[in-house]
Design a binder for this molecule. Structure first.
Ligand SMILES: Cc1cc2nc3c(=O)[nH]c(=O)nc-3n(C[C@H](O)[C@H](O)[C@H](O)COP(=O)(O)O)c2cc1C
Length: 393
């Protein structure tokens, strides 16, 4: 049996397998409210064979959105839309539903992906807003300079993370992840490149970790034991003067002490002058491996994991407990079902799709020639020798 399809318990939640659809911004919300696009996109991914399907980075306050199209979770209208989405996704499959909570900090007020060729930072005439960060340092010269956050601003954002966590719990989300990577606000506090503060939130690593840890502590309280709390961690800034993997390991130890249920080890996007090595398959798996070796945390590996055998090897070699896959699922929204076939694992299909199951569709072998034959106990539709393959049925 492939480890990839073993169940995994994180906090109060048991995932049916170890495949995660990684959070992916869709830039398709209106006033922070989820739309039909999200139902269609995530609904399809509920049928993908993944054990955990993440909705995108969701801002805890309007100022914390990346773009005008980002989802928010700071008011009742947004919460109702999330509760409605979760209720509609729930019956589609056994997959658990995740939501990532985030604050963009100085990377907010940006153009959506579709318009980025015109420049990333929003100009004033496109409803730009004033961003805040640990220090008054812009991402680069083409970006607006953020305001340095006061102690009151810090307290407000911490309270917003707690409030959004409670809203996510009420809406029925199973797994709530705090975004502390990719150059957004928590990462901006964490890194010496973006945090030049002289108060208790700047200077030493202990001080730079203070704000992210205070956020995650209130999230832990708000989420309680019946759900799961994860953190997306920055493993390195890819900059000689930036945060390192050693810093990330110390941070992970603090997260473990706070009772975080898992971490996803990612990296980058903090500064525009980072020197990032060319990405190769599984290029960030080593980060997860190190944290797994040095803490008792459950970890997810992410980044150019595309092949089921590659994913299986990462888990089997003990380098991570689950894999998070983003673009692989955009390319192939049945990635999980195909992975099961490739690894010879018998998994249930959505009832509506059973005619394409390996055991029901004679062409399956032609479409997936590498897949081994699997004796299935699931959904054998007709007695053998039936004419199920005929297109007129
Ligand atoms: C369209 C898109 C949107 C993304 N949005 C988010 C996000 O909301 N939160 C996040 O942590 N990562 C986000 N990412 C990064 C992915 O979750 C993932 O870490 C990255 O794409 C590497 O994995 P992959 O090689 O499987 O695509 C996004 C990636 C893509 C392609």
């Amino acid at each position: 049996m492939a480890v990839l399809f073993d169940p995994l318990t994180i906090g109060g939640v048991t995932l049916p397998n170890r495949i995660q659809v990684s959070p992916m911004c869709q830039y398709s919300a209106v006033d922070g409210v989820l739309q039909d696009w999200h139902l269609i996109h995530l609904g399809g991914l509920m049928l993908s064979g993944a054990g955990l399907v993440f909705a995108e980075a969701t801002a805890v306050e309007a100022r914390g959105r990346i773009t005008h199209g980002c989802v928010g979770l700071e008011n009742d209208v947004q919460e109702r839309a999330l509760a409605d989405l979760v209720a509609r996704l729930r019956p589609l499959s056994e997959a658990r539903i995740g939501l990532q909570l985030s604050h963009a900090g100085r990377r907010g007020s940006a153009r959506s992906i579709a318009d980025r060729s015109k420049g990333e930072s929003l100009p004033a005439d496109e409803r730009a807003w004033l961003t805040r960060g640990p220090s008054a340092l812009p991402y680069n010269e083409t970006w607006a300079t953020p305001e340095e956050m006061t102690p009151d601003d810090i307290a407000t954002v911490i309270a917003a993370f707690a409030d959004a966590s409670r809203r996510a719990v009420r809406a029925g989300v199973d797994v709530i992840e705090c975004h502390a990577a990719h150059g957004y606000l928590l990462h901006q506090f964490f890194s010496p490149r973006t945090n030049l503060r002289r108060d208790a939130y700047g200077g030493s690593l202990k001080n730079r970790m203070r704000f992210p840890l205070e956020v995650i502590a209130v999230m832990r309280d708000a989420i309680g034991p019946d759900r799961a709390l994860g953190v997306r961690v920055n493993s390195t800034d890819w900059h000689p003067e930036g945060a390192t993997l050693d810093d990330a390991v110390l941070f992970a130890k603090e997260l473990e002490a706070l009772g975080v249920d898992y971490v996803t080890m990612s990296a980058g996007n903090l500064v525009s002058d980072a020197v990032i090595p060319k990405a190769t398959p599984g290029h960030q798996v080593g980060f997860s491996e190190r944290v797994k070796a040095e803490t008792g945390l459950t970890t997810a590996a992410v980044g150019l994991i595309t092949d089921p055998h590659q994913a299986e090897a990462i888990l089997r070699e003990g380098r991570a407990d689950m894999v998070a896959i983003a673009r692989g699922f955009l390319d192939n929204p049945r990635w999980g079902l195909h992975a099961a076939a490739a690894l010879g694992v018998d998994v249930p299909y959505p009832q509506q799709y059973i005619r394409a199951r390996p055991n029901n569709w004679t062409a399956f072998k032609r479409v997936h020639p590498e897949a081994p034959s699997v004796a299935s106990t699931h959904q054998a539709d007709r007695p053998s020798g039936s004419t199920w393959d005929r297109p007129d049925q």
